[in-house]
Design a protein around this ligand. Structure first.
Ligand code: HMG
Length: 464
């Protein structure tokens, strides 16, 4: 039985911080954000928004648009790393909100849990729910996987310019209108790491930025190697002499903590895949520079990062490589459209990869590209750390789903906030009712209980 994505809905908070204002306030060159990292706006939650209400808002849009009732939904999973409780799962909050619309008890038989593994957990949730469908357990029902997060770092830290917030809800079934996942090919890599983590009680993560960048690429490369073995042994992809697996992936979607990470990762994977192919010699000759090798080629990530001479040469090599027409051609045709949304909203953690997929569908459709039967490859990464590589094929029915996708109108009228307002929200100086926006047709948070016997209970309402 097949399984895949039937529809996608998004919810992005309308408040944003502009990268130029941010750079000015932090005494940085705005070009570092806009050109260096590819960040131009960061979506910020209002005081009455949290990851649960963003998830519920994305779900409601998905259900209303597809005229789905709760009895059609067999599973509702929420993947997040912005958990609200150590025990109570976020899908229960979401169901509570949705039942305000669909009636008390309407989701009574909808199973589900909250999943956690930094940014990669949404991909594990998609995989597990696809397998539930493939196993025939769904019996004609849908699964909904919602990825929802607030990417928040310490004020003044280097992570602060890679913030963002939002949710993506995906409808899964056995006859998907957008994309069918390639079967028996999903591949993972995992290692106990501390590149980015958030200890209990701490609102912001502890991050080793450059370490996390390198680990992300290494882990995805490892998962890609297993994907390649599976693709070849299962006969899904057949390689001719001088070809690489990436030649058979028409569009590449990467986890996007910031949009230029997609470019960095593509360059890293292409270097790895092309290194032993005849085309590489031509590229090296044109570049006029040999690929640098670290002093200790079998060393640890720490030893590679500490090898300053290698790091500096490798950086220079990547820069020159990304300027070659061979790289540019792949970048423009396979990756660029997926990066547009990230520039507009920032890091959405679990939701970033899927926002990138949405972005690619919308902007390729606008360009007039025919996506039917095209293979999309996904590189999902979660700190801590695990990667997942998988792929899917676009269905002939995709056009009817993608035609009306419009990021700007779906986000709605965006409001730029000042750095002072941003910092007040960031430092939790305003309560839930001191919101900036007037919300309509969405769930908002109105109260968090403080009484000891009810501490932490959240009340949400739907604003008509
Ligand atoms: P940084 O160290 O301050 O930045 O922070 P940098 O010095 O690496 O510079 C960034 C880029 O800007 C570089 O481009 C510079 O050259 C360029 P590159 O060489 O890499 O192509 N640049 C300029 N460009 C134009 N004009 C200028 C200029 N100056 C510099 N004047 C870092 C960057 C990402 C490390 C930081 O923001 C950070 O720590 N962010 C949080 C961690 C993160 O996002 N890591 C990404 C990989 S791990 C991951 O994705 C998982 C995650 O999503 C969490 C999860 O899984 O849950 C984070």
């Amino acid at each position: 039985m097949a399984a895949g994505i039937d529809d996608i809905a998004i919810y992005i908070p309308r408040l944003f911080v502009d990268a130029r204002d941010f750079a000015k306030a932090r005494g940085m060159d705005p070009d570092k954000l806009q050109r260096g990292l590819g960040v131009s706006k960061m979506a910020i939650v209002d005081t009455n928004q949290d990851p649960a209400c963003m998830a519920a808002n994305a779900c409601l849009r998905l259900m209303e648009r597809n005229k789905i009732s709760p009895k059609d939904v067999g599973r509702l999973y929420v993947a997040t790393e912005s958990s609200l409780d150590e025990s109570k799962a976020m899908n229960s909050y979401v169901i509570g909100m949705l039942e305000q619309i669909y009636g008390d008890g309407s989701f009574e038989h909808c199973g589900g849990i909250e999943c956690k593994f930094a940014c990669v957990s949404g991909s594990y949730a998609l995989y597990d729910n696809s397998n539930w469908i493939r196993a025939g357990e769904a019996e004609g029902k849908y699964a909904i996987v919602v990825v929802s997060d607030i990417a928040k770092y310490d004020l003044g830290s280097s992570g602060e310019y890679t913030q963002g917030a939002g949710a993506v809800a995906m409808l899964l079934n056995d006859n998907p209108r957008i994309m069918t996942f390639d079967p028996k090919i999903t591949s993972t890599s995992i290692k106990n790491e501390y590149d980015f983590y958030r200890p209990f009680g701490k609102e912001t993560p502890i991050v080793h930025g450059q370490y996390s960048n390198l680990l992300y690429m290494i882990q995805i490369k490892k998962a890609l190697m297993t994907y390649k073995e599976k693709a070849l042994s299962s006969g899904l992809i057949k390689l001719n002499e001088g070809e690489t697996i990436l030649d058979y992936i028409d569009f590449v979607n990467m986890h996007l903590p910031y949009s230029n990470m997609g470019k960095k990762a593509l360059a890293y994977l292409l270097r790895h895949e092309w290194r032993n192919l005849p085309r590489w010699k031509k590229i090296i000759d044109k570049m006029g520079m040999q690929e640098p090798i670290p002093k200790d080629p079998r060393g640890t990530i720490e030893s590679v990062l500490a090898d300053e001479e290698f790091m500096q040469k490798d950086h220079q090599f990547t820069k020159i490589f990304t300027m070659t027409e061979e790289f540019q051609e792949i970048y423009d045709s396979k990756l660029a459209s997926s990066l547009i949304a990230s520039r507009m909203v920032g890091n959405l953690y679990t939701a970033s990869l899927y926002m990138g997929f949405r972005s690619c569908l919308e902007f390729e459709f606008q360009k007039g590209t025919d996506l039917e039967e095209k293979r999309f490859g996904f590189g999902s990464y979660g700190s801590g750390s695990s990667a997942m590589v998988f792929s899917g094929r676009i269905m002939p029915t995709y056009k009817e789903m993608v035609r009306d996708m419009n990021l700007e109108s779906e986000i709605g009228n965006r409001i730029k906030i000042s750095l002072e307002e941003y910092e007040e929200i960031h430092e939790n100086k305003r309560g839930p009712t001191e919101n900036i926006l007037d919300s309509k047709k969405e769930f908002v948070l109105v109260e968090i209980e403080n009484k000891p016997e009810m501490r932490g209970q959240r009340t949400y309402v739907f604003r008509e």
